[in-house]
Design a protein around this ligand. Structure first.
Ligand code: C2E
Ligand code: MG
Ligand code: MG
Length: 271
C-alpha cells in the first residue's frame, strides 16, 4: 500500500518535472506584478515579480505548486535567470514610461543564489537592461542567510557594492537570528503575511509587527508589510509609520498590461 502510494507520487513528480522542462522551452512561464504602495500617500513605489505558469490549455498554475519541483530538478537556475532578466527589462520600460524610478523586487531561491557566478550574472543583466542597480531588490529567505558560509557573505557584500538592495522575505517565520541583521548588508525586511493578517485581532501579532517596524527603523532598514487585505490593517500600519505595504487591499498580482493600466490610473489620480 505504502509502496504504491510512493510510486504514484514519484511518478507524478517526474511527470511534473518533464512538463516544467517543456514549459521553459515553450515560453509558458510568465510574470505577474504586485504593486508595493506607500502607506501614507497610496502611491505605487514599485512592484514584486511573481512567477506563473500558463499551461497550453490557458490554465494558470500558482508558484507554490511547481517551485519546489523547479528547485529539486535544478531548473530554477534557468527559470530564475529568465525571471531576473524579464523583471529588470519591464522595470526599466515602466520607469521610462512613467518618468520616475520604480523598484522591482525579485524572489531568489537558495539554489539560484548558490550558483558561483550569481553576482556577475546580476551585473550583466543590469547592464544589458539599463536598470539602475538601486531599483533592483533581491528577496532572499532567512534560511538562505542562515547558511553563514564565507561564499554567501562575500556574495552579499559584492551585491551591495553593485548597488543592489537586499531584502529578507517572510521575515519572522524562519529560524530568525537577529545577529545577521547586524553582520550582513541587508536593506529591507518584509513582514510576513501571517503576522499582518491578525494585527487588528490578535494582540501578540500586533506587538510582533510593531516591534519589527521599530527595530527596522532603528537599524535603518526599509520595511514592507505583506498581505494587507483590510483597511483596518492599513490603518494599523499607518499609525506605526510603516512606510510600504503590499496586498490585495490595493491590488492582487497582475499581468504586465493590467499592471501598466493600474499604474496609469493611479498616476492620473494623483495629479
Ligand atoms: P512571496 O515572495 O512571499 O510572495 C508573496 C505572496 O503572497 C504571493 O503569492 C502573493 O500573491 C501573495 N499575496 C500578496 N498579497 C496578498 C494578500 O493580501 N492576501 C493573500 N492571501 N496573499 C497575498 P504567490 O504569487 O502565490 O507566490 C508564492 C511564493 O512563491 C512567493 O512568496 C515566493 O516565495 C515564491 N515565488 C514566486 N515567484 C517566484 C520566483 O520568480 N522565484 C522564486 N524563487 N520564488 C518565487
Ligand atoms: Mg517575495
Ligand atoms: Mg513573502
Amino acid at each position: 500500500f505504502f509502496t504504491d502510494d510512493l510510486n504514484t507520487r514519484m511518478h507524478a513528480r517526474l511527470t511534473l518535472e518533464t512538463n516544467l522542462h517543456h514549459a521553459l522551452d515553450n515560453n509558458e512561464f510568465m510574470l505577474y506584478y504586485q504593486p508595493q504602495v506607500e502607506v501614507s500617500t497610496g502611491q505605487i513605489s514599485g512592484m514584486e515579480a511573481l512567477l506563473r505558469w500558463q499551461r497550453s490549455d490557458g490554465s494558470i498554475i500558482q508558484p507554490l505548486e511547481f517551485i519546489p519541483a523547479l528547485e529539486d530538478s535544478g531548473l530554477i537556475v534557468s527559470v530564475g535567470e529568465w525571471v531576473l532578466e524579464t523583471a529588470c527589462r519591464e522595470a526599466r520600460i515602466l520607469s521610462d514610461k512613467f518618468g520616475r524610478p520604480l523598484t522591482m523586487s525579485v524572489n531568489i531561491s537558495a539554489r539560484q543564489f548558490n550558483r558561483s557566478d550569481i553576482v556577475e550574472h546580476i551585473a550583466f543583466i543590469l547592464k544589458e537592461t539599463g536598470l539602475p542597480p538601486g531599483s533592483l531588490r533581491l528577496e532572499l529567505t532567512e534560511s538562505l542567510l542562515m547558511v553563514d558560509s564565507e561564499a554567501t557573505i562575500e556574495k552579499l557584500h559584492k551585491l551591495k557594492e553593485l548597488g543592489v538592495y537586499l531584502s529578507i522575505d517572510d521575515f519572522g517565520t524562519g529560524y530568525s537570528s537577529l545577529s545577521y541583521l547586524k553582520r550582513l548588508p541587508i536593506n529591507e525586511l518584509k513582514i510576513d503575511r501571517a503576522f499582518v493578517m491578525n494585527v487588528s485581532l490578535n494582540r501578540n501579532d500586533a506587538v510582533i509587527v510593531n516591534t519589527i517596524i521599530t527595530m527596522a527603523k532603528c537599524l535603518d532598514l526599509h520595511v514592507v508589510a505583506e498581505g494587507v487585505e483590510t483597511e483596518d490593517q492599513r490603518k494599523f500600519l499607518a499609525s506605526r509609520q510603516c512606510p510600504t505595504f503590499q496586498g490585495y487591499l490595493f491590488s492582487k498580482p497582475l499581468p504586465i498590461d493590467q499592471f501598466t493600466t493600474l499604474l496609469t490610473k493611479k498616476t492620473e489620480e494623483s495629479q
